[in-house]
Ligand binder design. Sequence first.
Ligand code: FES
Length: 164
Amino acid sequence: MATSAVVVLMGACVAAPAVGYILAPFFRRRGKGFEAGFEDVGAVDDVPIGAWHLLSLELIEQNGWDKRRVTQSVWIRRRGPADSDIDVLSPICPHLCCHLNWRPDASKFICPCHGGTFNSDGNYLSGPPPRSMDPLEHRVESGRLLVRWQDFKNGVPERIPVLA
Ligand code: FES
């Protein structure tokens, strides 16, 4: 009887990784493999009102068995004291995915790769990007700003989420 239990246990040990390997694609987020959900980027009151600030958030990237933390950044602006006065933009250029820089002296976002520009609301101004900057879903809970990271298809005028 004890021998049977050992055999069953050994079988489970051998089978578990194989089952996990087969099922992993069903549990990972499509696209870059980030787990869906809102991530905490910090206390709302720590973000001064008026200017754009680059904050970071940590995501879990999963590819099969490989699961690791990665850091992304997001552009955040508080236009006023209310929770509804918050704008969150992806820093990824919709042309070829370079990271956009905020230039307060010019009141523009500028892409370092091919010179695409966007106004202070993230709307397209000039250059090769096919659309405006991509807004990110966000909410405030207990004074904390939560942001849902999302990748979008680059190089097209439509805002198409790379899902998940
Ligand atoms: S990647 Fe931004 S303009 Fe080309």
